[in-house]
Design a protein around this ligand. Structure first.
Ligand SMILES: Nc1ccn([C@@H]2O[C@H](COP(=O)(O)O)[C@@H](O)[C@H]2O)c(=O)n1
Ligand SMILES: O=P(O)(O)OC[C@H](O)CO
Length: 324
């Protein structure tokens, strides 16, 4: 099965640590079909991709943790099977010999409300919030953003965040079908119901985390289901207020890499401040027998993503200083 797309380790150095990555498993026990724009999706095969990923990560015996970039179950999963199907995919992650840090995606929220979903994914945020951070070593901090904080999906219908999202969509997208980008131009095409935004409280929290990381001379990796830079994704997949989030991030120098999912074909760019944005290829779109997962070797001055099969390998080099 899928071979690793090896990068040459130029310095021949041992990584500080490694972690595993996979995105958009979108498993459902339903026949294969195509996305709205005609891309084939392999719903039953995607859990096999996850199983092979976990097997490979465990064989390596050196990954400190795994990151799941969201959308573990597809929205087409019959609703009476949602809970069982989410649990079934989580059980596969639990076979990994280490903790998995999960993000929520739109498809997770089509299946289960936040108050049911978050405990199953062991997401620690209070009041249904799905943003949190952790430090695997003293030099690095990982920040998990909740891209569906302001969203028309996942919160109760009368929740202030649902109401804020509906009002926002009403202003930004004139289509009756709010998932349709018809008539929207350029970056406006992100104003779709299947996307979401980072709210004021979460932005304040992020500001505090980046201040603290700067004081502690930590390098930061930002992770979110939704991409944060138009250079790494289609316009239709961007976080609604990616610009606001990036303007905040750019006031600091500690963030080195932003990782995301959602835009299934994947992408990579380096922004005007030297931050790498890498969107990961989806497990769902792997034709039977192919794979899309990987692991990242972390060094003082770069993150090296070693992808398997359809996941491209990417060397992400940066200035080693966290506070300059
Ligand atoms: N160009 C597009 C893309 C999507 N839609 C709507 O979004 C829904 C979800 O799309 P998938 O990528 O998950 O297939 C789809 O059912 C459409 O309602 C659209 O209108 N135009
Ligand atoms: O996973 P979906 O169905 O939400 O698709 C998201 C699209 O890839 C965004 O362009």
């Amino acid at each position: 099965m899928g071979s690793a797309n090896n990068l040459v380790n130029a310095q021949g150095k041992e990584p500080l640590f490694s972690f595993s990555v996979i995105s958009d498993v979108q498993y459902a026990d339903i026949p294969d079909r195509r996305s709205f724009i005609g891309v084939p999706r392999f719903y039953r095969h995607s859990i096999l991709v996850l199983q092979r990923a976990v097997q490979q990560w465990n064989d390596h015996k050196r990954h400190k943790f795994a990151l799941n970039f969201g959308d573990i179950v597809d929205g087409l999963c019959p609703k009476d099977q949602s809970l069982g199907t989410v649990r079934k995919v989580v059980e596969e992650f639990e076979k990994f010999n280490g903790p998995t840090y999960h993000m929520i995606g739109n498809h997770c929220l089509y299946n289960l409300p936040r108050d049911t979903l978050l405990p199953i994914l062991k997401i620690p945020g209070p009041d249904g919030r799905a943003y949190y951070d952790f430090s695997p070593t003293s030099e690095f901090r990982f920040v998990i953003l909740d891209g569906y904080d302001i969203s028309a999906i996942g919160w109760p219908q009368d929740h202030p965040n649902t109401l804020e999202a509906l009002k926002f969509l009403q202003q930004k997208n004139p289509n009756i079908e709010k998932n349709s980008p018809a008539g929207l131009v350029g970056l406006e095409r992100r104003f779709l119901k299947f996307n979401g935004g980072v709210g004021k409280e979460q932005l304040e929290w992020l500001d505090g985390i980046l201040q603290e990381a700067t004081k502690m001379k930590q390098k930061v990796v930002i992770c979110c289901h939704l991409p944060l830079d138009p250079g790494a994704t289609s316009q239709e997949a961007l976080l609604w207020n990616y610009d606001e989030v990036m303007n905040l991030i750019h006031t600091y120098n500690c963030v080195k890499v932003c990782l995301a999912g959602h835009d299934h074909e994947g992408g990579h760019t380096i922004d005007s401040h030297g931050i790498h944005h890498r969107v990961l290829e989806a497990a769902l779109e792997c034709p039977p027998g192919t794979d899309a997962f990987g692991y990242v070797d972390v060094y003082n001055d770069r993150l090296s993503l070693i992808g398997t099969d359809r996941m491209e390998s990417t060397d992400m080099c940066f200035s080693p200083q966290a506070d300059l």
